[in-house]
Design a protein around this ligand. Structure first.
Ligand code: HEM
Length: 480
């Protein structure tokens, strides 16, 4: 591995070309271009979005997605477009315009509050309860299962998901030098084992759904995908062209593998990103207690303590929204997005880019560029408000990417972030655990940019100390 590192460094040093804010390096068999400015990111993601909408083939992601049967790692193609549209429409069924998704998230917020309340002023690590809550949202959304704390199936889901995330984060060299897979490789072995457990559980859910599927309103995402799949098959059978499918792919359509990989991807793409953003929010609030107080004041004025905040409150809570935005700016969980590839010969900033080059959009640099952000290292939620205190979103703020490959789960993620942050700050104040230093704000880059583990104490706010709640099958969960 020392030899490999030396080779890698030599490759990097020899092949690094610097074009002002654009870097190109020759890594393995491909050119990789790193885009560091908003102007160039606009070209890649929006102006020439389609030309740069490819994804590189990597060994780990091919394993993970049965050769690109998902959305995120599948190459740009007519079939991919149909698949993405189907997933987008399925999310819309539960998200925008319905209260179904909101009810799912609010139930998870309620359960999370119980977990936090149970700490009774002791220092706790917020990572496990947040991860449980966000995983539960996805389990309910995807296959209608909601688990109690400690349920073995929930533990299985969390364990394999974590295993996949950890091994993908460590799998980097195999993706650059694929021949490494012929050497003993514990990371690849663990990844394969986690994928097998994942597929067993999701296949079981898929078969159960096929048996119990009835027409009409879908119960969850699996139902919606199965119904969409049937519709596309039906169209093909009747000789009607599936929406934009090419001739060679028309035969294939959306297979069971596509449905399964989509369900798997909602866990992969939706859990770690959302729970990590929530961990960053709490970490920054511990560092900035005055920001926490201001959010709580806004919540008290708009919502009070007689009911839970819901999406209809969002327009009236601009400061809370600005805190979430500022956290996503200063610590984007996906700091280089997902790698893109050039599908054709193209250019960025006037420099020609050859077909097949990988393009990494450095969102970290864009979100910290002093040309666009005043004192970018400072945590200042007000930068997302105008002088009247209304929402203001600079165009160079792109935590979910932009263009044809923009995050499919953006509205779900935004809804979750809003409901979790508002629900938690309505009821609790968060402070550093006594005698323990404040969380480290540098973070560590794995699959996402995560804060290092930290602890905090949770104190019920005035009016919430003696509140009782009930959860089905658990009786009273909170009693003073
Ligand atoms: C705070 C939460 C989230 C953040 C910050 C986030 C961010 C991102 C980013 C930066 C990308 C890559 C865009 C690009 O490559 O240009 C992406 C892609 C994606 N995200 Fe998210 N995401 C979040 C939550 C979710 C959720 C909840 C889901 C699903 C339920 C999801 C599903 C996806 C999928 C499927 C893609 C691939 C899109 C494609 O390649 O066409 N994400 N996300």
């Amino acid at each position: 591995s020392v030899c490999l590192s030396v080779c890698l460094c030599l490759c990097l040093c020899l092949c690094l070309c610097l074009y002002g804010p654009l870097y190109a390096l020759y890594l393995g068999p491909h050119y990789t271009v790193v885009v560091n400015t908003y102007q160039h990111a606009r070209e890649v993601l929006l102006q020439r979005g389609k030309e740069f909408a490819g994804r590189p083939k990597m060994l780990t992601t091919e394993l993970l997605t049965r050769g690109g049967k998902d959305i995120a790692f599948s190459d740009y193609s007519p079939l991919w477009k149909t698949h993405r549209r189907l997933v987008h429409n399925s999310f819309t069924l539960f998200g925008e315009g319905t209260t179904k998704l909101q009810s799912i998230v609010l139930e998870a917020v309620e359960a999370l509050c119980c977990d936090l309340q149970a700490s009774r002023g002791q220092a706790i690590d917020p990572d496990p309860p947040l991860m449980r809550a966000v995983t539960n949202v996805v389990c309910t959304l995807v296959f209608s299962s909601t688990y109690q704390h400690g349920d073995p199936e929930l533990t299985t889901v969390m364990e394999y998901n974590d295993g996949i995330v950890q091994t993908i984060a460590r799998g980097g060299l195999v993706d650059i030098f694929p021949w490494l897979r012929f050497l003993p490789n514990q990371t690849l072995t663990t990844l394969t084992e986690c994928i097998a457990i994942r597929d067993q559980l999701l296949s079981k859910k898929l078969e159960e759904h096929k048996v119990s599927l009835i027409g009409g309103e879908p119960r969850d995402l699996l139902d919606a995908l199965l119904q969409g799949q049937t519709r596309i098959k039906h169209n093909q059978g009747s000789g009607v062209r599936g929406q934009g499918l090419g001739v060679e792919q028309e035969e294939e359509g959306i297979s069971d593998d596509h449905v399964l990989m989509t369900a798997a991807e909602v866990f992969g793409a939706g859990v770690e990103t959302t729970s990590t953003t929530l961990l960053w929010v709490l970490a920054f609030l511990l560092h900035h207690p005055q920001v926490q107080e201001r959010v709580q004041k806004e919540l008290d004025e708009v919502v009070g303590c007689g009911r839970s905040p819901d999406v209809s409150d969002r327009t009236h809570l601009p400061y809370l929204d600005s805190v979430i935005n500022e956290v996503m700016r200063i610590r984007p969980v996906s700091p280089i997005l997902i790698p893109h590839t050039a599908l054709t010969h193209s250019s960025i900033g006037g420099h020609s880019i050859c077909k097949g080059s990988r393009v990494l959009v450095n969102m970290w640099a864009i979100h910290h560029d002093p040309e666009h952000w005043d004192q970018p290292e400072d945590f200042r939620p007000e930068r997302f408000l105008d002088d009247k205190g209304l929402r203001f979103t600079p165009s160079c703020f792109m935590p979910f990417g932009a263009g044809p490959r923009v995050c499919v789960g953006e509205s779900l993620a935004r809804l979750e972030l809003f409901l979790f942050v508002s629900g938690l700050l309505q009821r609790f104040s968060f402070s550093p655990a006594p005698g323990v230093s404040l969380p480290d704000l540098e973070g560590r880059l794995g699959v996402v940019l995560q804060p290092l583990r930290y602890t905090l104490t949770v104190t019920p706010r005035p009016g919430w100390e003696g509140v009782k709640g009930e959860r089905e099958g658990e009786g009273v969960w909170w009693k003073e």
